[in-house]
Design a protein around this ligand. Sequence first.
Ligand SMILES: Nc1nc2c(ncn2[C@@H]2O[C@H](COP(=O)(O)OP(=O)(O)OP(=O)(O)O)[C@@H](O)[C@H]2O)c(=O)[nH]1
Ligand SMILES: [Mg+2]
Length: 300
Amino acid sequence: MEEFKSGFVALIGRTNVGKSTLVNLLVGEKVAAIANKVQTTRTAIRGIVNRPQSQIIFVDTPGIHKPKHKLNETMVETSFSAMPDADLILFLIEADSKEIGRGDRRILEKIKETKKKTILIINKIDLVKREKLLELIDLYRQEYDFVSVIPLSANQEKYREIVLTEIEKHLKTGPAYYDTEEYTDQTLRQLVEETIREKALRILQDEVPHGIFVEVEKMKTRTNKQGEEIYDIEAVIYCLRESHKGIIIGKNGEMLKRIGRAARIDMEQNFGTKVNLKTWVKVKEDWLDNPSIVNRFKYQ
Ligand SMILES: Nc1nc2c(ncn2[C@@H]2O[C@H](COP(=O)(O)OP(=O)(O)OP(=O)(O)O)[C@@H](O)[C@H]2O)c(=O)[nH]1
Ligand SMILES: [Mg+2]
């Protein structure tokens, strides 16, 4: 019989390349927030795949970008800290890249430094012509000896098995590090906070959602009259300014209702229970540079 394999696989790439989309696809559950905005993921998030002969622990990380404040700095630090701990790295780039930009160059240098086994993932191939890919593969192959190169679309199910099989090949014999029933290391509370923040990111415009963090204040489970399990959740959305608070709440509270409704629907689907969600908005100026808040996003 083949021996059981396991390992930690870190996903690294610039912001918005589709790391969280790929983690969710591979895990088959909603582990990380996805949005068509930069800097969606703020800390290292683990997603676990349990297979008959292996356990793969994916480590999603914040996208590499140029920091503007303490939170940004911590996010980038977190991503680079995840690399030395990994057994394998998935380096994600976008299929429409024409050259190696500054962010990708920085990541490449780190990979060369750590000499880690790395799979190059070229994402969003649905957006480019095939011929373009060959040039890009060539360009990157000259930089590092990748164990393999996989062009794909992270939002298409058909790539799931291809990537998992390739990863499994490169894992070493080892134990299951996590309970095989688990699919993430995040608590339910963290999943709730991330779901609300994801909806705020998707629904709000400009800089408003980037200054938000969410805190669950109360979470209780009970059984309703119909015998269904229901979660009563109260959460606060913190933002940077009074003017942002006005935007998040919206006219007659419509915006906040939209965010809350979208979050509730998502949670009911992902948790398989009913959810009764109440949200408030509060201002906390300068939190982006406040170490006691920002330190929550450090790699651990
Ligand atoms: N067309 C297309 N869009 C994709 C694909 N993969 C991801 N996206 C979109 O790209 C955007 C960013 O995806 P995320 O998964 O949040 O990217 P990320 O790398 O985790 O971003 P950060 O957390 O900010 O670093 C979302 O709008 C996704 O829907 C793909 O294969 N094709
Ligand atoms: Mg992400």
